[in-house]
Write a protein that binds this ligand. Structure first.
Ligand SMILES: [Zn+2]
Ligand SMILES: [Zn+2]
Length: 181
């Protein structure tokens, strides 16, 4: 059994610290055993900003990314520090279309604890890695999982992001291996 070497680009949308991007790249390589690297930055598209909500529409950013040529990459994860929403939710930590090419992670809400306190840098990075891997899971056609510890569990709040692990449950692991075959 040999896995296709799926390559993932991690692209900063705006001024994102190199270290934050590298942590995500390292987790994609370490946890999913894929090829990953940091791509040149670009600015989040201005038309994605919703003037009323003062948040960025994740769907518009993903459409913009999908229209760009990332021909050397099978999947692309955009990382930004803007607050993201999709119309049915007040906010999202990340977004990806099932089986699509491009997904997003927002660091904006990961930098605060549910009680309003500021977490250490290391837990912000761990949260970002979880959200990035979760969205990449969707790009690789993984669905949401009911197991709370599983990386593919849906997270509506930060406490749920903290509760889930960086690992897929046994079922999702088999499913992913199947997809990568
Ligand atoms: Zn999800
Ligand atoms: Zn699972």
């Amino acid at each position: 059994m040999t896995s296709k070497k799926i390559s993932v680009g991690v692209v900063p949308l705006g001024d994102i610290p190199e270290f934050d991007l590298q942590v995500i790249v390292d987790h994609i390589i370490g946890c999913f055993k894929l090829v990953a690297q940091i791509l040149p930055r670009f600015e989040p598209p201005g038309n994605a900003l919703d003037e009323r909500r003062l948040q960025y529409n994740a769907g518009i950013i993903i459409e913009t990314m999908e229209a760009m040529q990332f021909s050397n990459y099978d999947k692309v994860i955009g990382v930004l520090d803007k607050d993201l929403f999709i119309p049915i939710f007040t906010h999202v930590f990340g977004e990806a279309r099932q089986g699509g090419k491009c997904g997003l992670v927002s660091l904006y809400r990961l930098a605060k604890n549910p009680d309003g306190s500021i977490p250490p840098e290391s837990s912000i990075n761990e949260r970002a890695a979880k959200v990035a891997l979760h969205e990449l899971g969707h790009l690789l056609d993984l669905l949401h999982c009911e197991r709370k510890k599983c990386l593919m569990h849906f997270s509506g709040g930060i406490d749920e992001v903290d509760e889930m692990s960086l690992d897929l449950c046994e079922y999702c692991t088999v499913y992913l291996q199947d997809k990568l075959r």
